[in-house]
Design a protein. Structure first.
Length: 418
């Protein structure tokens, strides 16, 4: 019940205690034990995740390792290994893709699947979800929570309702009973700041938000206000987008200098090197960009970012360097020692969109990895990324003019986009 004709059927899969569970699978001695994974190498002091056994002691992701040790002194503390988690993440995507091509990786351990067209082949939605769980357990030993719903928002909410090893369906007509009594902060997309504002306005549950007058919300949050109210009503329309993780928004690189420096000539060479690295990455993936952003971190950790946008799309080191150096010359406080320099290109356009990516193509795997790695950096700290990048292998071969590279997967795999 609950499905109306024309509805889509969306699954959201969220791995349980992901990093800790991977460690427990790799080492049977850890199974059933409180396992805590901390960040590396510059996030050693922060817990990335804890196994469900450890959560009983009140430890949470983001807690300091020190505090976790107070609460759970007999826990097993392990330094995280991002490369391992990325590898498992890719194996999970292959499992999902054996059910439907409409898979959208959402984070290192979450994905949306549109299974609307699969019921003929695999049966009712809950059956599909159970089949995914079974195959996942067989191939990786891991468990997940799956939400089934008519849209991504409700699927995401549904997967959060039962952990670990959950399976929850949430249809539009269930929203008042299931979601509305929950605290408004539990609604996906409502962060801590927004929650505080809402509570201050007397909106404490998701139901309060669903019933709030639009003018009131608009006055406080602008256009976002109405969007929030729609979300509280379970209304969302964005489709599952398999390309989403591959849609790169920016490409950049940064270097922490071996020693803080205020030597302009040395810093100029660093910017040139960054421009060269970023330009090569852009061309390798058929990107060009119009905005160059320079980041400077001084010895005392003060950090500035300054951007410049030009009319034409760029992918040459010379152009990136020229803009980067302009920004540097204009914004560097001379003789202030610098600790880190970064260069990023955004406002991207991609010329390779005619090809359908396939995860079996090493180049596409690399792109998915890059997206996953960027996701890890957000959650796990910069150091983790550097480590993982080193494991991605050498940069693409030089000497092929831009635009002349072979299409992903070779001619046989090329398909026009739907
Ligand atoms: N992660 C991290 N730092 C955080 C939060 C998460 O490094 N502050 C990493 C470790 C997690 C992984 O990302 O294993 C996935 O994050 P989730 O929020 O999905 O948390 P878990 O999968 O660990 O637990 P749950 O079962 O609650 O989803
Ligand atoms: Ca998870």
């Amino acid at each position: 019940m609950g499905m109306a004709r024309g509805d889509r059927i969306i699954l959201h899969v969220d791995m349980n205690a992901f990093f800790a569970a991977v460690e427990q699978q790799a080492n049977p001695a850890l199974r059933g034990k409180p396992v805590l994974v901390y960040g590396n190498p510059d996030r050693r002091g922060v817990i990335a995740t804890a196994s469900y056994e450890a959560r009983k002691y009140g430890v949470r992701a983001g807690m300091s390792t020190w505090e976790a040790r107070q609460r759970c002194p007999h826990g097993i503390y392990i330094e995280g290994n991002p490369a391992k988690y990325i590898d498992v993440s890719l194996r999970l995507l292959v499992i999902y893709r054996s059910f439907t091509p409409l898979v959208e990786p959402f984070s290192i351990d979450e994905a949306f699947l549109d299974v609307t067209g699969c019921t003929g082949l695999f049966g009712e939605p809950a059956g599909i979800a159970r089949a995914i769980k079974a195959l996942m357990r067989e191939e990786t030993g891991l468990t997940c929570s799956i939400g089934i719903a008519p849209n991504k928002l409700l699927a995401k909410m549904a997967s959060s309702l039962q952990k670990p090893d959950g399976l929850v369906s949430l249809w539009a007509e269930d929203v008042p009973q299931v979601l509305w009594p929950l605290p408004v902060g539990k609604l996906y997309g409502v962060g801590e700041k927004t929650e505080q504002h809402l509570v201050a306005m007397g909106i404490t549950t998701i139901g309060d938000l669903a019933a709030a007058p639009i003018p009131l919300l608009r006055a406080r949050f602008g256009v976002v206000g109405e969007a929030l109210r729609n979300m509280a009503r379970g209304i969302a329309s964005s489709p599952v987008d398999p390309q989403s993780a591959l849609t790169v928004k920016s490409m950049g690189h940064e270097i922490t200098l071996p020693e803080d420096s205020d030597n302009p000539e040395y810093l100029r060479r660093i910017i040139l090197q960054l421009a060269d690295q970023v330009a090569r990455r852009l061309r390798a993936d058929h990107y060009q960009g119009k905005t160059v952003t320079l980041k400077i971190r001084y010895h005392d950790f003060r950090t500035i970012t300054r951007a410049r946008t030009v009319q034409t799309y760029l992918d040459l080191a010379e152009d990136l360097y020229r803009l980067g150096w302009e920004l540097f010359s204009e914004h560097w406080t001379p003789w202030q020692k610098i600790r880190l320099v970064g260069l990023t290109v955004s406002n991207l356009t991609n010329t390779a969109h005619l090809y359908q990516p396939t995860l079996f193509d090493p180049r596409e795997r690399l792109k998915v990895l890059t997206a996953a790695v960027d996701g890890i950096r957000d959650k796990y700290g910069e150091g983790a990324v550097t480590r993982a990048r080193l494991l991605l292998g050498p940069p693409p071969a030089k000497g092929v003019p831009p635009g002349k590279e072979a299409p992903p997967g070779g001619a046989n795999n090329c398909r026009e986009r739907r």
